[in-house]
Design a binder for this molecule. Structure first.
Ligand SMILES: [Zn+2]
Length: 292
């Protein structure tokens, strides 16, 4: 047996619209959340009264209710539960491989006492105050796909709140926030990092092992690499959401210049300077004194 909207408003099934409106106003005043702010029972009743009035005050909805009131599927479809929002914080490695999180979700579920009918043994169900659903905390496992970023939303269909009187569940919307990684920085679809190399590696070239989100890769730095040069490691980044192929990793080279030269090192560097004088600044000479 379903909760009867006419009974909720205390009017006959033949009541004219004016009578329904008056009954609603009287009850709404009595159970207003403004008056009964701390009384959850009153608030639940108020919602129920509002729901009954919403249907019975609308001529079309009322005629559908009168005709199909006994058919659960017709009304259930119209009574889909609310979507429920939760937030989750993810580590960088969660994003690289995707993960499964278990979330505590506050949502409405069908009342087990009255089997979501709102009435038990002919009376209003005490457990759900006749609403057919009860609020509770459920642990829900949610698969987070690889590649999500901060501010994205993962929609889990049919895991939100149950609708009243057997209505289907709404969706669960999981907002993601990704904790920043100390080495890898996300910019759009690419992952960026900075790699210190020695002056000698920059001069002579080197093969350098670089940590990547996927594990490790060897970066080949060619001879005469300049500071700030960017190398692209294809497929060593993080997947785009909904795409299995990983994106790219961009490595920016920073040349570490040693300080505190002793007499011997200083002598050697001076000799190198004589052999390899700076030529790149030549172009700047013509800007001296502000003339072009
Ligand atoms: Zn119940």
């Amino acid at each position: 047996m379903r909760r009867d909207y006419y009974a909720v408003l205390g009017v006959a099934a033949t009541a004219p619209p004016r009578e329904i409106r008056q009954a609603y106003r009287r009850l709404a005043r009595q159970y207003s959340p403004d008056v009964n702010f701390w009384d959850t029972t009153a608030r639940t009743l108020f919602e129920e009264i509002a729901e009954a009035y919403r249907i019975l005050s609308d001529a079309d909805a009322r005629s559908i209710y009168d005709r199909f009131g006994a058919r659960p599927d017709a009304l259930a479809a119209a009574r889909r539960g609310e979507d429920v929002h939760v937030a989750v914080e993810l580590g960088f490695s969660d994003v690289v491989r995707g993960t499964t999180v278990e979330l505590a979700v506050a949502r409405f579920s069908p009342c087990a006492v009255c089997d979501a009918r709102g009435r038990a043994d002919g009376d209003v169900c005490d457990a759900c105050v006749g609403r057919g659903v009860r609020r509770g905390l459920d642990r829900i496992r949610v698969a987070i796909p690889a590649g999500v970023d901060s501010g994205m939303q993962v929609r889990v269909a049919g895991q939100g709140s149950a609708g009243p009187f057997g209505g289907p569940r709404g969706d669960l919307l999981v907002s993601t926030r990704v904790i920043e990684h100390p080495f890898f920085i996300r910019k759009g679809e690419g992952i960026h990092c900075e790699l210190p190399i020695s002056v000698w590696e920059a001069l002579r070239g080197a093969r350098i092992r670089v940590p990547t989100p996927q594990g490790e890769a060897v970066l080949v730095v060619p001879p005469a690499t300049q500071a700030g040069q960017v190398f692209r490691l294809r497929g060593q980044g993080v997947p785009r959401p909904g795409d299995d192929a990983p994106g790219d990793l961009f490595v920016t080279v920073r040349v570490d210049v040693p300080g505190g030269l002793d007499a011997r090192s200083d002598e050697l560097v001076r000799e190198l300077e004589r052999l390899l004088p700076l030529t790149a600044r030549g172009d700047l000479e013509r800007y001296r004194g502000g003339t072009a």
